[in-house]
Design a binder for this molecule. Structure first.
Ligand SMILES: Cc1cc2nc3c(=O)[nH]c(=O)nc-3n(C[C@H](O)[C@H](O)[C@H](O)COP(=O)(O)OP(=O)(O)OC[C@H]3O[C@@H](n4cnc5c(N)ncnc54)[C@H](O)[C@@H]3O)c2cc1C
Length: 297
């Protein structure tokens, strides 16, 4: 199946946008900030909170990074009345060009988050950027507490990163990790990644940090939920996170019914095509999920 999916994704990237749209649209709020705001409002009405992301990564020029920075500054004002915060990718703000450029852009955006009493989450990209991203996160944390980062359970370094970072100010999304990484630095076995994820969540909750549990793996969610109940972890120490549009059966409603916070990651923007193709290339299995969903519909 993997090989077939891989070939399909390769072919798909040469197709016109309208043909690719069905593979992107379940997961993307739309092209404009208006569409994202509309989506977040509807999620809020159903009891979910959200984190909004402007699609894109790896800007090519400084000016482009400034344009994205300004879009994020405006976005904080657009979501002022909503129960939502912002997630952003460091290479979208220049990390691939110059770490100082990304740092300054992120600090500017953080200032706006502070002004609006909101929160900023720094997504984690592939391993060449891990150290620089952690470094920027630490600098942000020196300026304002309401900032969080992401660690990926498939990376062998993550347990140590948690040890180094864990404190009452540590706010970390744990996810499995979406990029292709070598066996030297990353676990490849699904069961092992699952086990690492569980251990990472426990490590943060056994410390003083806050954890955002970002997975669609219902078996894993159930395991973590049981542990949380057994260990009487207070509601203000964690939340669950999912990507907008990923089918979860009635699991999300169950989590809401338990009183847990459930946050949808809502991406939007003009870069939906490149983003979707890149995501599909990184994880061709997504093709399969979409096809199955289309047939179900
Ligand atoms: C809120 C959020 C933020 C994230 N941020 C980052 C980040 O900053 N850096 C990073 O590297 N990764 C990030 N990820 C991606 C993450 O690392 C995983 O690649 C992704 O979530 C798939 O892994 P899974 O834990 O859902 O488990 P999997 O075992 O991959 O999936 C479990 C089940 O969920 C379903 N599923 C999973 N993904 C999809 C999908 N896209 N569409 C439809 N169904 C799906 C499938 O039915 C699958 O069987 C994020 C994920 C989430 C939910």
């Amino acid at each position: 199946m993997n090989l077939i999916n891989y070939i399909l994704v390769k072919i798909l990237s040469y197709f016109p946008k309208w043909m690719v749209k069905p593979f992107a649209s379940p997961y993307v709020a739309g092209v404009t900030a208006d569409k994202a705001v509309e989506t977040v409002k509807s999620l809020n009405n159903k009891g979910y909170v959200a984190t909004v992301d402007i699609l894109g990564e790896h800007v090519a020029t400084k000016n482009e990074s400034f344009r994205i920075r300004d879009e994020y500054l405006n976005l904080y004002d657009r979501i002022k009345e909503l129960d939502a915060n912002i997630s952003l990718k460091p290479t979208h703000l220049g990390l691939g060009i110059d770490p100082m450029l990304a740092e300054n852009n992120l600090l500017n955006i953080l200032e706006k988050a502070k002004e609006n009493n909101n929160f900023m989450r720094i997504d984690m990209e592939n391993s060449p950027y891990t150290d620089a991203t952690i470094d920027i996160y630490k600098k942000c944390l020196n300026k304002y507490d309401e900032v969080g980062m992401v660690l990926q359970s498939y990376l062998k370094r993550t347990a140590q990163d948690i040890k180094n970072l864990n404190s009452d100010k540590f706010n970390c999304r744990i996810c499995k990790g979406i990029y292709r990484e070598s066996e030297e630095i990353a676990y490849h076995d699904n069961e092992e990644i699952r086990d690492r994820f569980f251990e990472d969540v426990k490590a943060i909750l056994n410390g003083k940090g806050y954890v955002a549990i970002a997975t669609h793996d219902i078996t894993l969610i159930n395991k973590i939920e049981n542990w949380i109940i057994e260990n009487k972890i207070p509601l203000d120490r964690f939340e669950f996170q999912v990507l907008y549009g990923v089918p979860m059966g009635n699991k999300l409603q169950q989590l809401l019914d338990m009183g847990y916070k459930v946050r949808n990651y809502v991406p939007f923007g003009e870069a939906w095509f490149d983003y979707s193709i890149r995501r599909l290339k990184e994880n061709p299995n997504i093709m399969w999920y979409v096809l199955v969903n289309m047939f179900k519909k």
